[in-house]
Write a protein of this length. Sequence first.
Length: 514
Amino acid sequence: MEIPPYPVVDLFAGPGGLGEGFATATGSRRQNNPRFFLAASIEKDIWAYKTLYLRHFFRHFPPGEAPEAYYHYLDGAIESAELFASHPDASHHARKSALHLTLGQENHADVRKIIAERLSNASLWVLIGGPPCQAYSVAGRSRMQNMPEFKHDERHLLYREYLRVIAEHTPPIFVMENVRGLLSATYNGDSIFQMILEDLKNPGSALGVLSARSPGYELHGLYCPKTLTGPAQPGEFLIKSELHGVPQTRHRVFIVGVRSDLDIELPQLTTREPPTVEQTIGQLPKIRSGITGRPDTLETWTKAIASLDKMNFENCAHTETIRNEVTSVFEFVPGLFRRRDSSYPAQSADTDDAVAFMYDPRMRTLTGHESRAHMPSDLRRYAYAAAFAKVTGKSPRLRDFPSALLPAHRDVTNGGVEKNFTDRFRVQLPHRPASTITAHIAKDGHFYIHYDLEQCRSLTVREAARLQTFPDNYKFEGPRTQQYRQIGNAVPPYLARQIGDVVADALDAAKEKL
């Protein structure tokens, strides 16, 4: 007999990566129907919310049964208003479950009421999400640690909003996610990580709202099913995405809490090989980048890169081999290269499971596969970097660049070649998982250079989304910069699905004991 799906409440939902994974989880029973449904997802950013709203509309329909109008929208044949008007029930559902709200004191009463109504007295459900993480990130702290107000930055304490929902609604299980920097972050000299663990063990006590409805929680890492009895070891909570089939070396903290009155043991995550960058994005249509500051034509673009042949490479390693790679490729570039190609690729017969997870055979149009424009100087750096990676099998450091290609930046001129930002230009190597896709990709593409020298560009929105394992039918709303930011801040759905499988099995075990 099939078990009905469990409700999910998603806080700080972003574009919905964590929720998407749970919505597709099947548990070890591998039922045809998903084990969770998105009862409420809360997000304050308007563009992430619009993405979330569209996805909740899509999720209203059973798997594989989204209306043809949805694909017309992906094709660009209709506007979103027409899509939503054509299916009012699904639009109403999305309006109820995807919520544009800011978590905080001013909305406590509304949020409490919404969650209670959406759960509708469900006894078994799961709370997921994580507070905004700027103040926890290693890069963020390095920039802000000398600022007097940093020690009192409220972003350190946003997790208390998550804590308040736990105390008020007592979920049987919660999953809290955050960046790796959380493990080393401090607040007034104390470890934020240890502070959070202590508070999560007894949310009611931490908030000063002790009552009969404020039970304690046993905390688990997804690599250690047993309840924590001694000091927490960071490795018990740090999940490495590449060990779970995600084509990206993304390391994040996941804390799972199980209500103390539930005598269940949390299953462990299992490992699986990830696809490579090439396996993940290599079958997408080839496109060239744009070019800024000059006429944006294929001829101008090609000449800007081919001018590397006239540069003085001094005594850089592999100079001639790299020069030959660049010049031979750009002696002839197919005239069909465009900046945008929305042709949806056919699925390979040997597709990796993570890539199959993203594929939708009903699609006709690939969204988000349009390149950014780059300065001619950056095009040459990208071409050199891609050629260097092809010749050496590794991405170049600044010291590997000829001086003619080094950027005129103070971090470079003040000893940066050896000390700071030595991998300022990073090629995503074809036969490995990608490096972490972060929100920085919204600012420039220097860390995300495509390995294919012929394309000589940074990653598109769709390529970044694939490396984050978002399904191809997942459309990101807003300007391109906002789309990149949404993707960089999200949890990979393919990883989230595996966590959802674990939680589904734990809730099934709890159901058997009720």
